[in-house]
Design a protein around this ligand. Sequence first.
Ligand SMILES: C[S@@+](CC[C@H](N)C(=O)[O-])C[C@H]1O[C@@H](n2cnc3c(N)ncnc32)[C@H](O)[C@@H]1O
Length: 275
Amino acid sequence: MEDNQVASHYSNTKIIDSILSGLDRAGIGVAKVSVDDLGPVDEFHTGGRAATEHLLEDLQIDTYECILDIGCGIGGTSRFLADRTTATVSGIDLTEEYIEAGKILNQWVSLEDRISLQCGDANNINSESNAFDLAVMLHVGMNVEDKATLFSEAARVLKQGAEFAIYDVMVKKPTQIKFPVPWATNQSMSFLEPVESYEEYLEGAGFSIEKTVGRGEFAASFFRNMLETAKEADGPPAIGLHLLVGPSIKDKMQNFSQAVFDGLVEPTEIIARKL
Ligand SMILES: C[S@@+](CC[C@H](N)C(=O)[O-])C[C@H]1O[C@@H](n2cnc3c(N)ncnc32)[C@H](O)[C@@H]1O
């Protein structure tokens, strides 16, 4: 599978214009926009900001100096981490438009000096070794076939004893899901694995597993809420993932939520530590 196939799945040249019109609808001027205002559009994973907070709740995030956000998208988690800590945050992502939009959003919230976003491949991270105190990776592994290399790269750039917080959609029942889903247009760019395979690859790369948490119930209730709200509302919310994903969001979320309701996949957290 080609990297550019993944990048074109996510590609959207109108991200900033769409977010601007969403902010306008919400009555929020760019001069006043906050990291929290952007949360509903820039945290592109199941459950958004609430899921990020849950993933990181047991970590001492205010003690880190250098954090890496692998597959950072438009940088929502990077901005959240920079906003809540004094750390510098580096984000890398394959999709150039996401990185370019993310840099503009960093400026809007005056965090451009502490966040650097860079276009790059998680399997070949452009960083020196032993550089980071924490790496996070939210809803990215589903696009990466070679997870052994992915986790060796994460191990290489992390300092000894550093944590690696993962939140990915993982297989619960090995059966075909319906496409498109938010991370893939079709099967050729979807590399779902069960939590046991993640654990094996992580241990093989030199991590110990500190904790794994299935978030299936959280995801199901998140989707039920979303569907209920959509039924009652007159159109999408002013600020939401539709601004990032475009009109295909409806089918993608429909198929993904059904796979969660049917117990075929489960968003799952893993906290690992580099030995
Ligand atoms: C579902 S989005 C999640 C983005 C972000 N982590 C978040 O939660 O908002 C998946 C992201 O992974 C990126 N991605 C997929 N494969 C990648 C790879 N090999 N290297 C870097 N980024 C990758 C995509 O470009 C996309 O931005």
